[in-house]
Design a protein around this ligand. Structure first.
Ligand code: ADP
Length: 463
């Protein structure tokens, strides 16, 4: 048996059929008991009352006289056949007035002879019909001399019970059919969303990540559809990230490579005769190679962050020293570009437990961005201060600023906003990761046209 639908229908149908059959059986038994019980009880009452009457008022008559007396006194409206038998079961007289040579040996007779009311429900030995018979003993001076037997046909009862049972079976059949239909509908409601989900998954397997599974009902399968859609969304995002990565990296690789190749060819064709030009060319080649190395390092860092492999080698350090190193590193660039660089640190040390090189990388990156986006004549200020248990470092520039629409995405991987400047778009995202690995916070604030402030908060080491 295959498929949830078939299994459901068969299991459901089987259980229901069983329940209906058991209920039908109980119903039949109850109806049968009620009908036959009532009829037997009525007959017993009539027969016993009459026998008591006879035994009382004709107690001194012999059996033959009794029989005559009985015939005279049996009520006009009596529907049962009344018979007088001797103790051997021979019929002396019946209410139709005939004497037959019949001998009756049904169990009710034997019971009556032992002084209890004998009841028999079953086939009549004389006729093919089923009967209910009630027998009581007749006495003569206290001695048992015969039996008074009442008999009615049980056929109408059987017919009535059969008719009711047939009605019951009809209702049962309707219930089973209805349940079958219901299980068909239920199975369809359960299976259809799963089929839809399977179709969506198959489409996804062929690379179409824009498909979404419809959530039909608010149940387990609905939740599965939601989770599935969430998964599709995440895979789609990762796919986009991968594509962004490839296009961003190939672009970033091509620019310096083109310039290196260009200068290489220029120098070769000139035969290295012009020392000035040769120097200029080699400088460009060295600078572009640095850029390539920087890019490759960023990519390596990025992949380490992605796989959670990056480990910090922590030590206790003074943040002021780190900032001083960075200031020295950017002094020449500040002078060359005509952008002022101010580093304001407190007199007291700013003790932090962290990775010197990684923290330096963060500030180098922030200053690199600040210089990149600040035109000549602007200023870049780095301030560091102690605020409660935190060291707060802010890098503020008076540069072009960031579009408010871009601001929330600025720390995303490969995001470069509207900037035409070179870069992989990984810098800020790596900075944020490093700061967070140190247990700190990273925040970018900017106003388009007037400048940007990047704030880094690192936990101070107090002990
Ligand atoms: P990249 O390595 O390409 O510079 P970043 O992650 O460091 O990438 O920066 C992402 C983008 O954020 C930059 O392309 C630029 O658009 C914007 N940005 C970052 N810092 C500044 C800043 N100080 N002023 C203006 N824009 C900035």
């Amino acid at each position: 048996m295959r498929g949830i639908r078939a299994r459901l229908i068969i299991h459901f149908g089987f259980i229901l059929l069983l329940i209906v059959l058991v209920l039908e059986g109980l119903f039949y038994w109850a109806v049968h008991t009620y009908y036959f019980g009532t009829a037997t009880e009525t007959l017993v009452t009539r027969a016993t009352t009459f026998t008591t009457f006879i035994n009382k008022y004709a107690g001194t008559y012999g059996l033959k006289e009794k029989a005559r007396y009985i015939l005279e006194n049996v009520s006009n409206g009596e529907t049962a056949k009344v018979e007088v038998l001797d103790t051997g079961g021979k019929v002396l007289l019946n209410s139709y007035g005939f004497q037959t040579a019949e001998v009756i040996d049904t169990p009710d007779l034997k019971e009556a002879l032992t002084n209890t009311t004998g009841i028999y429900v079953g086939k009549s030995p004389q006729t093919p019909e089923r009967v209910i018979a009630v027998s009581n003993r007749l006495t003569y001076l206290g001695e048992t001399v015969g039996v008074l037997r009442y008999t009615i046909s049980a056929e109408p009862l059987y017919a009535a019970v059969y008719k009711i049972a047939m009605y019951g079976a009809g209702v049962g059949a309707v219930v089973v059919l209805f349940a079958f239909g219901l299980s068909l509908v239920t199975a369809k409601r359960m299976v259809d969303p799963i089929l839809e989900l399977t179709r969506a998954a198959t489409q996804m397997a062929t690379g179409n990540f824009s498909v979404r599974a419809a959530k039909r009902y608010d149940d387990e399968v609905g939740t599965l559809a939601e989770t599935f859609n969430y998964m599709a969304e995440e895979i789609g995002k990762n796919e986009k990230l991968k594509n962004d990565f490839i296009s961003s990296v190939s672009h970033e690789l091509r620019t310096p490579l083109t310039s290196i190749k260009g200068w290489g060819e220029t120098l070769l064709s000139g035969g290295l005769n012009d020392p000035e030009e040769t120097r200029l060319g080699l400088e460009v080649i060295a600078k572009e190679t640095d850029r390539l190395i920087g890019l490759v390092e960023e990519l390596l860092d990025f992949s380490k962050f992605q796989s959670g492999e990056l480990k910090l080698s922590r030590e206790r350090l003074d943040l002021r020293d780190v900032l001083e190193d960075v200031r020295v590193q950017f002094a020449v660039r500040s002078h060359d570009k005509g952008v002022g660089l101010q580093v304001v640190v407190p007199d007291a040390p700013l003790p932090v437990t962290g990775d010197v090189n990684r923290l330096k990388q963060v500030f180098v990156n922030l200053l690199d961005n600040a210089f990149k986006f600040t035109p000549s004549g602007g200023t870049i200020t780095v301030t560091a201060e102690e605020t409660g248990r935190w060291a707060v470092i802010a890098v503020t520039d008076t540069g072009e600023g960031i579009d408010p629409e871009d601001l929330p995405h600025i720390t995303e991987k490969f995001f470069k906003g509207r900037s035409k400047q070179a870069g992989s778009g990984l810098g800020l995202s790596i900075c944020q990761e490093i700061v967070q690995l140190h247990g700190g916070h990273f925040h970018v604030d900017s106003r388009l046209g007037s400048g940007t402030t990047v704030t880094v908060e690192l936990p101070l080491t107090t002990k």
